[in-house]
Design a binder for this molecule. Sequence first.
Ligand SMILES: Nc1nc2c(ncn2[C@@H]2O[C@H](COP(=O)(O)OP(=O)(O)OP(=O)(O)O)[C@@H](O)[C@H]2O)c(=O)[nH]1
Ligand SMILES: [Zn+2]
Length: 353
Amino acid sequence: MADVREEEDEEECPELVPIETDYNSQSVQIPVTIITGYLGAGKTTLLNYILTEQHNKRIAVILNEFGEGSALEKSLAVSHAGELYEEWLELRNGCLCCSVKDNGLKAIENLMQKKGKFDYILLETTGLADPGAVSAMFWVDAELGSDIYLDGIVTVVDAKYGMQHLTEEKPDGLINEAARQIALGDLIIVNKTDLIHQEELDELRHIVRSINGLAKIIETQRSSLQEKFCHMQTTRPHLDKSIITVTFECSGSILEEDLNQYLQNLLWEKNINNKSGNPMEIIRLKALVSIKEKTQQVIVQGVHELYEQEETSVNWESDTERLNRFVFIGRNLDKEILEKCFSAAVIKPGESS
Ligand SMILES: Nc1nc2c(ncn2[C@@H]2O[C@H](COP(=O)(O)OP(=O)(O)OP(=O)(O)O)[C@@H](O)[C@H]2O)c(=O)[nH]1
Ligand SMILES: [Zn+2]
């Protein structure tokens, strides 16, 4: 499948981000690539391949295996000059996907302080993880000036079982995990091509392309990329200077339908413009919101046009003001207008609906 984007990517592919490159004239940030994919698709195989192929980079690999080891420890393998050693990364609340900035990224940052900086960090999610949730912690962290930024998401698809995973019926309109992982990928690796016929492969590739029209698609066996690792950085969102992050806070509560209306105007209708009349383009969003009548805090996550709400187990404190918090990443963003539109739908403390 000839794809113009793929050719462009090849041309502009730089060397694996050298530590000295300081494009922000702030402190240098370390790129993190999230590796996702269904259970058994070949993620660990891919990590091992990269670690043995990349001989002169310091690559930290964070394995987030499902149900392995103590809940308090995650294995962190570090490759330096082809040598592999292991570290134990302590995460107070177990799963890296669920742990917020405070422990997840802090742990990595602490490790870098002890061990020196890495050139690159690879993070394997569990086969069932939602890469959107994992990547969300980086958006917030980027805002707080972390040393680490999310470079991209690599999705490994099992050629043999991929179709089955994708067509699995989910109860009650839940999003199919395999489809979501493909939708979020910047690079999609269709692995285990040795196990299927060419026609099946073409069909799978076609479906993958229909779910994600932008990602680069590569076919592999044993996750062996026949190209340099730098090709993984297909989107480099943070190198695009037109992409900015906007945050705001607003107290009060919102009706669920009004929240949906706000998000759909932004993400689906795209009818909220900035001051120059250009529609705002949201690439990622994360928010903590207070929904009227709900005692629990709700987290909203969005990636392009997909968004979802998740009720957390955390209750709002009854005696303090409820504070909604938003982080947006995208183009043509205007903080004042984003805030105004949300605030207009909010029921302020003391007001009734
Ligand atoms: N036939 C075949 N087997 C493969 C290929 N790539 C990986 N495997 C095997 O598939 C199994 C799962 O591979 P892993 O790399 O552990 O998969 P994973 O995605 O990390 O699995 P989880 O962490 O459990 O989600 C292993 O037994 C691999 O040896 C391939 O291209 N062809
Ligand atoms: Zn694995």
